[in-house]
Design a binder for this molecule. Structure first.
Ligand code: NAD
Ligand code: 3PG
Length: 391
């Protein structure tokens, strides 16, 4: 029986992928084997040593201490692309809402009073304050062409916009999805100088913290709109507020309310709703639950942010060892020696590495691997060892 602790509400459709005869699931428990999380901040949590894997039912993993987990040999999984359409739709609605000054217009309507005649007169006299603009031929710059950025860029092209993108590390898979009409900016500054709308779709990293700052706002076209549905610290809020107050920027739309932004007439802030659709919640939970189950039952690694991909069909009757170690020479040699010393035959083996980490799956013909596993665990540089009994 594996124990799964949930730190946030995880969609039932996802949890159902973990059959109750093999998985116990609770929000509070001792010695969990794995943790399922959405946005709960795990940086200050004392993560039990029993934890073998963490599954983020979503995209961003900045709430998880990944470096510390790598040192412990614990893979962190996420759900790439599973909520991308939900975010794309929110970004498109924010573009339309800000272009047409809808938030201020709704506020105006809420404050109308009097009878129908008085309201009608106020509407006709007041509507000129909310004259907006249309999207075709306006320019959108998309920073970060990953799962979400590509969808936003393609959809904006469909709306008739001119679209520029910037991503120095775009994957081939995402490049295949990008409409060839999206033009390539040479740098963030180049993109900003061309854009009326700028949409951010990068992870929060040291390199992206404060990506949009006072100097960069000056590069944007006058009356620009910044759309931040990525993470709050990617934008310097104070710089944005100053640009809005000075009439340099038209609006700031973001998914991250704050005291500084609260009540600003040119800020459209949603309560971190990017992934909050039933479809996205199901997609994320199903994807990550499947990945956690495959890891716990078979040692398979799919969509980890710190481990290499690793998938090896398990041979019937074999015993499987999954070993995480530092990516240094002679580890596989030492592992196979520990097995050979006990007369254990390797039936199949997979060794993959990513950065400083290496991961080995070894299927051994029958046999008792207990002692060998203990010896492997003690090899300097081995971070975690697990034995999975054959079925
Ligand atoms: N508001 C929400 O609810 C919500 C929902 C999903 C994701 N997000 C945020 O959006 C981010 C992106 O999500 P995604 O699914 O598209 O992720 P992704 O990993 O598919 O794409 C991120 C892209 O950013 C690129 N990138 C990284 N650093 C860059 C830089 N300095 N300049 C330009 N490009 C850079 C990467 O190469 C990658 O292609 C997540 O990390 C998360 O923080 C927010
Ligand atoms: O990175 C993400 O996937 C989003 O920020 C969604 O976060 P949530 O799962 O807490 O809604």
């Amino acid at each position: 029986m594996f124990k799964i602790q949930t730190l946030n509400n995880i969609s039932v459709n996802g949890l159902e992928r973990l059959p109750r005869d093999r998985f116990e699931i609770a929000s509070e428990m001792a010695k969990p084997d794995a943790i399922l999380v959405r946005s709960a901040d795990m940086h200050k949590l004392d993560i039990p040593t029993s934890v073998k894997a963490i599954g983020r039912a979503g995209a961003g993993t900045n709430n998880i201490p990944i470096a510390a987990m790598s040192k412990r040999g614990v893979p962190v999984f996420n759900a790439p692309g599973a909520n991308a359409n939900a975010v794309k739709e929110l970004v498109l609605s924010a573009m339309l809402l800000t272009a047409r000054n809808i938030p201020a217009a709704l506020d105006f309507v809420k404050k109308l009073d009097g009878d129908d005649k008085a309201m009608h007169e106020a509407v006709e006299a007041g509507k000129k304050k909310f004259v907006g603009f249309e999207l075709p031929s306006r320019t959108l710059g998309v920073i970060g062409l990953g799962a979400i950025g590509v969808k936003v860029a393609n959809a904006a092209l469909e709306l008739g916009m001119e679209v520029w993108g910037y991503d120095p590390a775009m994957t081939v898979q995402n490049a295949w999805q990008l409409n060839s009409g999206v033009r390539q900016a040479l740098s963030v500054d180049d993109l900003l100088s061309k854009s009326q709308f700028v949409s951010l779709h990068v992870p929060l990293l040291d390199a992206t913290r404060g990506l949009i700052n006072a100097d960069r706002i000056k590069l944007m076209k006058k009356q620009a709109v910044v759309l931040n549905f990525a993470r709050a610290p990617i934008v310097d809020e104070q710089a944005v507020i100053e640009a809005l107050d000075a009439g340099r920027m038209h609006a700031y739309a973001c998914d991250f309310p704050s005291t500084a932004l609260q009540g600003h007439p040119r800020v459209l802030a949603t309560p971190h709703l990017g992934a909050s659709t039933s479809e996205a919640e199901d997609n994320c939970a199903v994807m990550v639950a499947d990945q956690i189950r495959e890891f716990l039952e078979l040692g398979t690694i799919r969509n980890s942010v710190n481990f290499p991909e690793a998938q090896l069909p398990m041979l019937p009757g074999a015993t499987r060892l999954c070993i995480v170690n530092q990516n240094v020479p002679n580890m596989v040699g030492q592992i196979s020696t520990a097995l050979a010393k006990r007369g254990l035959n390797i039936a199949d083996l997979l060794n993959k590495s990513r950065g400083d980490l290496a991961y080995t799956i070894v299927d051994v013909d029958g046999g008792d691997t207990g002692e060998a596993a203990q010896e492997i665990e003690a090899i300097p540089g081995v971070l975690a060892t697990r034995v999975i009994a054959g079925r």
